[in-house]
Design a protein around this ligand. Structure first.
Ligand code: FES
Length: 288
């Protein structure tokens, strides 16, 4: 067991450090960004509308369908032949939106995450070719060959799923980057009133958490300054005419009034802080 774990970590570490992959992954990511970059497409594929990343949820569909097909192949005899073929076909169809959502997420990654991501995509693409081939040979009556192709495809999909899990659970891709910030519910003095200019984000700190202050139209707003999407610094972003602060890294926009996501790729709202002005100082505390 320990040997398997060490081997897997060695392989993933090697992929993460393989800078030669950048020659392929960087231009591919740029092309994906061009296709998926418009706000409605990005919001749809990222899962902004769902409040949760879409790709991890969708992956259950092809994996489930292909697993069920292989179980039927191995246990059902001739009676399950048609059902297994249909499961393989529906699995292939469902992998298309799954891949589109994953590609949109991946195009916002860099360096080691992007390298692991492109290997993840290559394994999934090969698995899809095997499953489509399986469906085609099954239609011609070769269930035995189809079974072998499907099992090979499923094996690659599971290997790829390991990489996907590594990206989320070890590298933190797609994780809410404010999840472990506790903040404070006690009023905390963070800045002088005069430090805050209209529509100019100001970074302060309260309870060990970076907070961005924005004065706009006579009111002062405060959000956590770490972008929920991938940790970008909102205090280095811009304030738009709709009362949103835009992250400088991938363009997510958050309402200053209530922290909700106005534009993805972020899917999770930004924590909101209450603000008061007292004795020419600005005080904040985490809204309950
Ligand atoms: S870090 Fe990606 S939009 Fe902010």
């Amino acid at each position: 067991m320990g040997q398997l774990r060490r081997s897997l970590h060695f392989v993933i570490g090697a992929v993460e450090g393989l800078k030669a992959l950048d020659r392929v992954s960087a231009p591919v990511a740029a092309s994906v960004k061009k296709v998926t970059g418009s706000p409605p497409v990005k919001n749809a594929l990222s899962g902004t509308w769902l409040g949760h990343q879409l790709h991890p949820a969708l992956t259950d569909v092809p994996i489930g369908l292909w697993t069920a097909a292989s179980v039927l192949d191995l246990t059902s005899g001739d009676a399950g032949s048609d059902a297994a073929r249909r499961l393989v076909g529906f699995g292939a169809l469902s992998s298309i939106p799954t891949a589109a959502a994953g590609a949109a997420d991946w195009s916002d990654s860099y360096g080691p995450e992007q390298r692991v991501g492109i290997v993840h995509a290559a394994l999934n693409s090969t698995a899809l070719v095997l499953q489509v081939s399986s469906w085609l040979v099954r239609r011609r009556g070769s269930r035995g060959v189809g079974t072998v192709l499907s099992l090979a495809g499923l094996g690659l999909t599971l290997a790829s799923a390991y990489l996907g899990g590594h990206l989320s659970l070890v590298r933190g891709v797609g994780v809410n980057h404010t999840a472990f910030q506790e903040g404070t519910e006690s009023w905390t003095d963070v800045a002088a009133d005069g430090d805050l200019a209209e529509n100019k984000p100001l970074r302060v700190e309260a309870g060990g958490v970076p907070v961005v202050l924005v004065r706009r139209g006579g009111a002062v707003h405060a959000l956590s300054a770490t972008c929920t999407h991938a940790g970008g610094p909102l205090d280095e972003g811009t304030v738009d005419e709709n009362g949103c602060v835009q992250c400088p890294w991938h363009g997510s926009r958050f309402s200053l009034a209530d922290g909700t996501v106005a534009q993805g790729p972020a899917t999770v709202s930004e924590p909101v802080w209450e603000v008061k002005s007292e004795k020419e100082r600005i005080w904040v505390r985490l809204a309950g």
